[in-house]
Design a protein around this ligand. Structure first.
Ligand code: ADP
Ligand code: MG
Length: 692
């Protein structure tokens, strides 16, 4: 085992800074009285309500620690509905009556702060007369020091809500959904005769994909700077056909970047574990060791920031957009989710005893039922203008949500529906006590890379989240629908038990019925195939192709009832989110439209005209005449597209804007292939995609 003070190896030396910038339970011990330390540790670990009497002492301790770390300011660090993080720094400075200043930080400053919320999206939740917003400390995620270019700031992870407690952020509903899930896991533990008083929660390991390009190229592309993606650009002859980038040799420049990023993340207590080249040229991935869900999401938000800051120091830019380059793979964020019951075990881990396996199958069943019933909601949580380019483009999961369980597990579930236990005594099969539940293989590790939601080993991997999105939304939904599924199973069993049925029989019957009812959402084949799209339709699975379509699920009575039942969203909160996400989508498309228009008119058309002029002087042969005609035709197409772009931008019309952007792009990309390279006004794909 490695000790933090052991510096005998390079890894030990690098890891000796692990968590240095975190006010963790361990660090607090040195700054707090034992009584306060124990009370705060209980809040942090078990999510117990914080004792207001200890706030002053904790604030004082945090201040001393932060000052020692070089911080002059603190901030409540929160996650508004922009999908980004927000911070407003206050210094510890307090003038005294003798004209001096002292460093102060009170318990109330730590736990709560009031700010003008009117510049954050609220979707009509806040009338101007109640523009106040409040941030409140979330003690389950430890405070940390963020260091940027030598400036250290104490960050206090916080929720953000309105005057009446309305959630204005991503964290509040997440914590509520963790609560709802915990309650149902405990209820099920009780029915299974397991310890039901421990903590129950979900964990998350978020794999983050991103691109790196040269900063110089980035600065020369108004589209990347304004919209995060290239609105024009011809795919180079060689891109990802050779499949030689994935897991390939990491370019020394990129490796230096990754190494620095890892060290900063480790200092922040973020367990960055895996780094590698991804499928597309210039694309990479970072994955941490999984953690408690709320903490993991804070850590993912921080990881995205750290990657962007470190890239800058290496003369690079880290692109988080879901589809920065047309025609090659985009970036996603794989959400690996699993539930930990109050018995301290992962309930998605097939166990060694019949009892454990019954619990495992019940958990899978709850998720299958939940996902089938609320597939449209899950789809809505990954809807964004950026992700629209990715979902369904045969590089990322399709817009239809289905579950992959693997052959063995699917087979067992089929047998379960038929009520027959598997008689085979094949090696590796585990006996399950419940008579109607067949044996389980110990390792159900098949792989399927095309499914939006795949069971892998002991977790569900939701692959539809966009690289630029917070994973909070998807996990709020996943927690809540799992809670719903468990609730359903428990209620059925309790009903049967009330009629005198024994537990095992009641469980077997419930699982059999539910698997039968929700079988249609399970699909183990190729999710990219045309056959599946057709079959999915026949099965009646919903498929929302665009963001506006997908977001409608947030408005349905079914969704509202679900969230209301488990106290995750009120009606106003949910509707406000619908409004905000739709508005964000519309604004994104309009920004892209204006940007495309500007580039066509001020960069591409002038370059085209310059070349056309040169060609006009050399029309001696038929091929030259044909070339000049092609160039001139493309310029005309671009000018017409520019008019359409202008019209769609002036009287905002999203579908017309998308159509005009497509036609401008196809003409521009063709022109790029005809114009002399030195005249083309934008860095090419080939130039940009070779950062590593
Ligand atoms: P993959 O083959 O998909 O890359 P890995 O085992 O490398 O799978 O895990 C990918 C991510 O899933 C990592 O962040 C890892 O920590 C996380 N993970 C692994 N096991 C679990 C689990 N039981 N619950 C949640 N996340 C997990
Ligand atoms: Mg994965």
């Amino acid at each position: 085992m490695m000790n933090k003070n052991d510096t005998s190896t390079e890894l030990a030396r690098k890891l000796s800074c692990y968590g240095d910038n975190v006010f963790s339970i361990g660090v607090m011990r040195n700054y707090l009285s034992e009584k306060t330390h124990n009370s705060l540790a209980a809040t942090m670990v078990r999510g117990e309500v914080i004792d207001p009497d200890i706030a002053d002492e904790v604030a004082q301790a945090m201040k001393i620690w932060a000052l020692e770390k070089g911080a002059t300011h603190y901030t409540h660090w929160f996650q508004p509905l922009t999908g980004l993080t927000a911070e407003k720094h206050d210094s510890f400075l307090t003038p005294d009556d003798k004209g001096n200043t002292i460093a102060c930080f009170s318990g109330s400053e730590l736990t709560r702060s009031e700010s003008d919320a009117s510049n954050f999206p609220s979707g009509g939740l806040r009338a101007t007369f109640e523009a106040r917003g409040y941030t409140a400390w979330d003690p389950t995620s430890p405070a940390f020091i963020k260091e940027t270019n030598g400036v250290a700031v104490l960050c206090i992870p916080s929720i953000f809500c309105g005057y009446h407690g309305e959630a204005l952020d991503k964290k509040t509903p997440l914590l509520r959904s963790q609560h709802a899930l915990a309650a149902q896991l405990k209820r099920m533990a009780h029915l299974f005769g397991l310890p039901d008083t421990g903590c129950a929660y979900a964990t998350l390991g978020a794999e983050q994909e991103y691109f790196l390009i040269d900063r110089e190229h980035y600065l020369a592309r108004p589209d990347l700077r304004q919209t995060g993606r290239t609105l024009f650009g011809q795919r180079p002859p060689r891109h990802q056909q050779m499949e030689d980038h994935y897991f390939g040799h990491i370019h020394p420049r990129v490796l230096a970047f990754m190494d620095e990023a890892d060290r900063i993340l480790w200092k922040l207590g973020i367990p960055a574990k895996t780094r590698h080249n991804e499928t597309a040229p210039g694309q990479f991935e970072i994955a941490p060791v999984f953690e408690e869900l709320n903490l993991a999401i804070d850590h993912n938000m921080l990881t995205m920031q750290v990657l962007q800051e470190v890239a800058e120091r290496h003369g690079l830019v880290c692109l988080m957009h879901e589809k920065p380059f047309a025609g090659i793979n985009g970036s996603g964020k794989h959400n690996n989710w699993s539930p930990i019951g109050p018995d301290g075990k992962n309930w998605l881990k097939p166990g060694t005893t019949p009892h454990e396996n019954a619990k495992f199958l019940a958990t899978v069943c709850a998720i299958v039922a939940g996902v089938d019933t609320y597939a449209d909601l899950l789809r809505a949580t990954v809807a964004s203008a950026g992700n629209d380019h990715r979902l369904g483009a045969n590089e990322a999961p399709p817009a239809t949500i289905s579950i992959y369980l693997g052959d063995q597990l699917s087979d067992i579930i089929k047998q379960l529906q038929n009520g027959k236990a598997k008689s085979s005594k094949q090696a590796g099969l585990i006996e399950v006590g419940v008579s109607t539940i067949p044996r389980l293989p110990r390792d159900v590790t098949d792989r399927n890379r095309t499914s939006p939601l795949a069971f892998t080993v002991n977790k569900f991997e939701f692959r539809a989240v966009g690289s630029n999105q917070s994973c909070a939304g998807s996990n709020v939904a996943f927690n809540t629908i799992t809670a719903w599924g468990i609730d359903l199973i428990c209620s059925e069993i309790e009903k049967e038990q009330a009629l005198g049925t024994d537990f095992n029989t009641a469980l077997g019957k419930t699982l059999k019925d539910l698997f039968k009812k929700h079988q249609r959402v399970i699909f183990d084949g190729d999710n990219y195939s045309a056959r599946w799209h057709k079959e999915a339709e026949e099965r009646g699975l919903p498929c929302a192709r665009t963001t506006p379509e997908a977001l409608l699920a947030l408005m349905s009575t079914k969704t509202l009832d679900l969230f209301k039942k488990y106290g995750v969203f009120t009606e106003r909160e949910l509707l406000s989110r619908y409004e905000i996400y739709l508005e964000t989508y519309n604004k994104t498309i309009m920004i892209e439209t204006s940007c495309a228009l500007q580039i066509v008119r001020t960069m591409i058309v002038p370059a085209g005209l310059e070349y056309a002029e040169t060609l006009a002087t050399t029309l001696q042969t038929p091929p030259r005449v044909r070339l000049a005609k092609r160039v001139n035709d493309l310029i005309d197409t671009l000018l017409t597209a520019a008019e359409a772009l202008e019209k769609a931008a002036n009287s905002p019309n999203v579908p017309a804007a998308i159509k005009a952007m497509e036609s401008a792009r196809s003409a521009a990309d063709e022109l790029e292939g005809l114009i002399p390279a030195h005249l083309w006004p934008l860095p090419s794909y080939a130039d940009m995609l070779c950062a590593g």
